[in-house]
Ligand binder design. Structure first.
Ligand code: ADP
Ligand code: MG
Length: 238
């Protein structure tokens, strides 16, 4: 399960309100993309959902349960970081197993989950390598593997491909879409790239200065943008 509900969630840093109270529902299994220009609050919103930032107001629920003050490791959501967050001195196997080791799972269960994740991500032959001996795309897959082994209710991605080159980015975009089709787990994906949003999303949330301008499928946003900001950002002819 992975239904996430935000009820009047807001965030201020000091006196500056970067997210005015907003409501949002993410259905179980949806691929939702938060898109908007730099500084509009995408990362902050994702970090609130992940529990990496405390809300200033409102409530976050995961599958109906109040998660607003639940610590990140216990929310059942897994943030996928950029591949440079891997530990260079650890093998791929140890990198992927890291969250399980922290959670104290026994060695056999760790190995079972790592083997399974490596299979899904085509990393089975690379488990004994170090991140430095992998390509950029493989490193990004290891970062995703570290999230998969936690068997989360949802995956949270914050511009995971922004430090990859353009060709690799297109390939990884496809891989993440395929992974979603296979796992059918809720994914929330943050990007400032309209093409990424239009090609990957079931549902796009367009953000502008911390507010939701519009929520809809790529086609809905393209055909019936609510305002000039959405039209301009999505590139539709309004
Ligand atoms: P985006 O990810 O869309 O580029 P962010 O969520 O990173 O935007 O930032 C939204 C706004 O919140 C920006 O104005 C940013 O400067 C501000 N902000 C983000 N994090 C902090 C923080 N820890 N302290 C103060 N201001 C912050
Ligand atoms: Mg950001």
């Amino acid at each position: 399960m992975g239904r996430i509900t935000l009820d009047k969630v807001s965030k201020s840093f000091g006196a500056v309100e970067v997210i005015p109270p907003l409501d949002l529902t993410i259905e179980d299994g949806e691929f939702v993309v938060f898109v908007g220009p730099s500084g509009c609050g995408k990362s902050t919103l994702l970090r609130l959902i992940a529990g990496l930032e405390d809300v200033s107001g409102g409530q976050i629920r995961v599958d109906g349960q109040d998660a607003t003050t639940v610590p990140p490791a216990k929310r059942g959501l897994a943030m996928v970081f950029q591949s440079y967050a891997l530990y260079p001195h650890m093998s791929v196997r140890k990198n992927i197993a890291f969250p399980l080791r922290m959670a104290g799972l026994d060695a056999a269960e760790q190995e079972r989950r790592v083997t399974e994740a490596a299979k899904v991500l085509n990393l089975s032959d690379y488990l004994d390598r170090r991140p430095g001996q992998l390509s950029g795309g493989q490193r990004q897959r290891v970062a995703i593997g570290r999230a998969i082994v936690r068997e989360p209710a949802a995956f949270l991605f914050d511009e995971p491909l922004s430090n990859l080159d353009a060709a690799l980015r297109v390939g990884m975009r496809l891989e993440i879409s395929e992974l979603h089709e296979r796992l059918k787990t809720t994914m929330i994906y943050v990007t400032h790239d309209q093409v990424e949003a239009m090609t990957m999303a079931d549902k796009i949330v367009v953000l502008h200065a911390g507010r939701i301008e519009q929520v809809g499928s790529p086609l809905e946003l393209y055909r019936t943008p609510k305002n000039l900001f959405v039209a301009g950002f999505i590139g539709s002819p309004k």
